[in-house]
Design a protein around this ligand. Structure first.
Ligand code: PLP
Length: 426
């Protein structure tokens, strides 16, 4: 890390807990102090020293068009002079709701919020209010933001830092959360046998991206749909990552399985802080002011955020963007696989479209238990060598690599070459 980043990190640590506003950014898991970023364009980031990186974090998913795409920049410029927040209804929100309901098959009506965490937290409240039940089922290694009920055996930074739950979450609340293994329908059936009439909802990342990318067994997702229907519980798809990432209608469209409630975030904001939850009309109608389950937000539906989000979604509706992302994903990850093989390093690569993960294990990775078999020391070694060569990856073995429409062939090829060198040193 350069001198300027080092000085900034020192100052940051004195002013911000751990020096960061979101834990994984600190790079603890890889033992590297983070470069401080100055600007971004296309698939590149520049740090404060002027070093350029090819970016596979993409702000943890949102930047599917790459950084500073002209359609988003123009939409923001046009809106910013018209006002940045009114706290009143706007046509932008109606257009955004129209676009989401058109694109995501399971959503009939939708409420905008300011983060993925707010979306999942609100969805859980809605499910509990609607069913009059308290228990929820989640899956180990799935991350649904940091709301109390969902911060149990979670993925992302919680997994990275090895935090089993979080101090500050009341045990009284955590006991309503039942945690099971992803892809294991037998565990789900058993939980329903035990607690069926108490279960408000099953919440799941239909394509997990927070324990590294996991490929869902389609019979598992179908099984969740069937068993929740049979027991009067709701099925919540947390598509904060997979929404608009694996196709215009997310995982639900890809697999043809309709959840009752869908949570969205990341891409939907086009790089601004946005989340949304939506679903079947009769369920959503229970939210205030139509119903009496409360949820609100001073900045919800913020005009700048709506402008950036809509410009992004509009770009995703046009043309062959998902086909292009699929081809780029295939090129990059098959190249990485070959590079690892050439260096005699055993890896398992899970990929869906433009998101994927490299696990340093020869085992098939289908859930958190198998993801954790990935060799942490090898990941750290790999990470350091990649960063040195200007390849910016998420500083955790339990995160996805994200591609954007702006990743060009030359950058992908360079990444594979750098990876070959990095694998060789392991
Ligand atoms: C990122 C993420 C969240 C939380 O979103 P924030 O905007 O960080 O609050 C929730 N669920 C999933 C699947 C995520 O990847």
């Amino acid at each position: 890390m350069g001198e300027k980043s080092r000085i900034l990190f020192e100052r940051a640590k004195n002013l911000i807990p751990g020096g960061v506003n979101s834990p994984v950014r600190a790079g603890k898991a890889v033992g590297i102090d983070p470069p401080f970023i100055d600007r971004a364009e296309g698939c590149f980031l520049w740090d404060v020293e002027g070093n350029r990186y090819i970016d596979y974090v993409c702000s943890w998913g949102p930047m599917i068009l790459g950084h500073t795409p002209s359609v988003v920049v123009e939409a923001l410029m046009a809106q910013v002079v018209r006002g940045t927040s009114y706290g009143a209804p706007t046509g932008l929100e109606v257009d955004m709701a129209q676009m989401i309901t058109d694109m995501v098959p399971g959503i009939e009506t939708v409420r905008m919020v300011n983060s993925g965490t707010e979306a999942t937290m609100s969805a859980i409240r809605l499910a509990r209010g609607f069913t009059g039940r308290e228990k929820i089922i989640k899956f180990e290694g799935c991350y649904h933001g940091h709301a109390d009920s969902l911060l149990v055996a979670a993925g992302s930074g919680v997994a990275t830092l090895g935090i089993p739950g979080s101090p500050g979450v009341p045990a009284d609340l955590a006991r309503h959360t039942v945690t099971l293994s992803f892809n294991r329908m037998d565990e789900v059936s058993q939980a329903f046998e035990e607690f069926g009439p108490e279960i408000a909802a099953v919440i799941v990342e239909p394509i997990p991206g927070n324990m590294g990318v996991i490929i869902p067994d389609e019979t598992f997702l179908k099984g969740l749909r069937d068993i929740t229907l049979k027991n009067g519980s709701l099925l919540i798809f947390d598509e904060v990552i997979s929404g608009f990432r694996v196709g215009p209608g997310g995982a639900q469209e890809r697999y043809g399985i309709m959840p009752d409630i869908t949570c969205l975030g990341k891409i939907i904001g086009g790089g601004l802080p946005v989340g949304a939850y939506g679903g079947r009309r009769e369920i959503m109608a229970n939210m205030a002011p139509e119903g009496n389950i409360y949820q609100a937000g001073t900045l919800s539906g913020n005009p700048l955020a709506m402008a950036a989000g809509m410009a992004t979604l509009k770009a995703l509706q046009d043309g062959n963007i998902y086909q292009d992302l699929e081809e780029k994903g295939d090129y990059l990850f098959s190249g990485l696989k070959k590079a690892a093989g050439g260096a005699g390093v055993e890896v398992t690569i899970n990929r869906i479209g433009s998101m994927g993960s490299v696990f340093f294990t020869s085992e098939v990775v289908t859930d958190f238990a198998t993801a954790k078999k990935s060799n942490g020391d090898m990941f750290r070694g790999f990470y350091g060598k990649m960063l040195e060569q200007g390849i910016y990856l998420a500083p955790s073995p339990f995160e996805a690599w994200f591609l954007s429409a702006a990743h060009g062939e030359e950058s992908l090829q360079k990444t594979i070459e750098c990876a070959a060198k990095a694998f060789d040193t392991l």
